[in-house]
Structures are given as structure tokens and as C-alpha cells.
Ligand binder design. Sequence first.
Ligand SMILES: [Mn+2]
Length: 314
Amino acid sequence: MNSHKTFGGLPEEFTKYDTANVVLVPVPYDGTSTWQKGADKGFEAFIEASENMELYDIETDSEVYKKGISVAESITESKSPEAMVEAVHQEVKKHIKRNKFVTLFGGEHSISIGAIRAFYELYDNLTVLHLDAHADLRKEYEGSSCNHACAVYEASKNTNLIQIGIRSMDSSEKSVMDMEKVYFSHEIIRDDFWMDSAIDQMTDNVFITFDLDVLDPSIMPSTGTPEPGGIFWNETLDFLKKVFSEKNVVGFDIVELCPNPSNKAPDFLAAKLYYKMLSYKFFKEEEEELEEDYDEGLDSPFKKLSKFKENDTL
Ligand SMILES: [Mn+2]
């Protein structure tokens, strides 16, 4: 379905699955959203915006597209939220085992449940870094544990969950929330050290789940449930850059783009955010490779993957 779609309008030599370092899995699912519908249109808008983006990154002085970005077939399973989550889980596992850097684009936040499950099954001591206006810690909502309101409940039980930018929740979620690892929106504006403090709490392997509504609605109005008081572009990038440079980010997702045809700026923001995150990821790897030229003790990236070996057959 998306086989003709490429991120950034890249030519074929940078989009072939076998040679691409990065796989982008679209999950245009919008089955459980409760207010404004439209997250299923997010991926198309994101790709269209990406085609109009310049692919040289000033900050890292890099062109990360040369690492190869392959867009997978969209996951369209929609019989039930549970079936969608399981389809995502299996697909993500398959790409991790082929040693791809796996990224996903929603769709609504429930898609992250399957992705996170795949990552915590394959990586020991996983941290899930959750940026969101909403706590998403409900065990069940409207009869399903795979509702968008439950996006990180499972992560709270199976991973080291760190939550950033939260400013909307139900009081019942307090019993699940680890207050030591939550950086509420009203607190981080008064705390100069929140970034370092959050990073200190992370284990080495980090999966990032990025709900676009963590951003202030003045820069990101195109989400299903916009909340005032969000974080802004430059501070978000400062934080992400630190996380990528200090931790082994193993994958990420970006969710909840609900495009408005008369305002393309948020779609462009989402495309740029995605590309920035890739630039930070591979800029770090290149720095490490340079260091390794001086150091004979070469580290295989597989050292960090404790549960399967290189060339694992499927
Ligand atoms: Mn949210």
C-alpha cells in the first residue's frame, strides 16, 4: 500500500529494505480515539510534508538519509485494538531481529503498546521515555486494555517508565504512576535540571514514545486532544539530543498527528522531528565509530542485545 511512498522523497537507492539502516513502520490506526478523529490521516500528511523538507541537518552537519530509510507496508489490522497491537508487536520484532533501527508513525497512541512489548521482550532493562500531555496509565478504558488511554500501562509494569510533560490525567492513575519518574509540565518550567535528572534515571537502552500533544498547542495544534502548557521546539530538541548522545536509543515512535488540511505547519514539524531524531541517532554512531578507530576493543552493537545474536534466523 505504501510501497510507492518514501520519506523525504528519497530515491530508491536509499529506500531498499535490505540496505536501509532504518525502517519506518506506518500504523494509521484510529480505532479508539475519543474526541477528534483523524489520526489515521497523520502518516500521509507526515510523508507529504517530508517531501518538502531539506535533508541536510545543520546542527549535526549530516545527511542521515544516506543511512537508508525504508518505509514498510502500513499495518492496517483493525478487527480490534488487541489484534492491531499484536500485529504491531510481531512486525516490530521481525525488524529488530533483522538489526534495523525501528521507528513507527501513528495513528493514535495505542499503537505504541505493541511496539514497546517487542522492545522489552528483546532488550534487557529497557527504559521507556514517554513524552505526552496525558499520563496514559489506565489499565483498561472503554472495555479494552489496548485503548489509547492505556498506552503505557503495560510499560509501567515491565519497563523503567519515565514520563515527561504530563498535564492531564485521572486521579485513579496516581496509584499506577511512579511520582519519582514523572516530570509534570508545571514543574519542568521551574526546574533547570529536569533534563539531567530524567536522564540519570534512565537505563542504557531507551525506547522513546513521542505523543505530539506533549508539545504546546501553539506549535502543535493538530492532535486529537490538545492541552495548553506544553513544551516547545528548541527545548524538546535539546532534551532529545542529550538522550541520544548519552543513551543507546533502540527505537522510537511518533503518534497522534491529526492533520488539518488548512494548516500544514504541524505536519512539517512532525516530519522535521522525525528527521532530527534520526540525525541525533546516527550522528552519535558515527562519533563512536571514530572513537573506535583509536580503540581496538571494538564493540559490536549486538553486545547490547542480550536475547538474540547477530544473524539470528527468523
Ligand atoms: Mn496524549
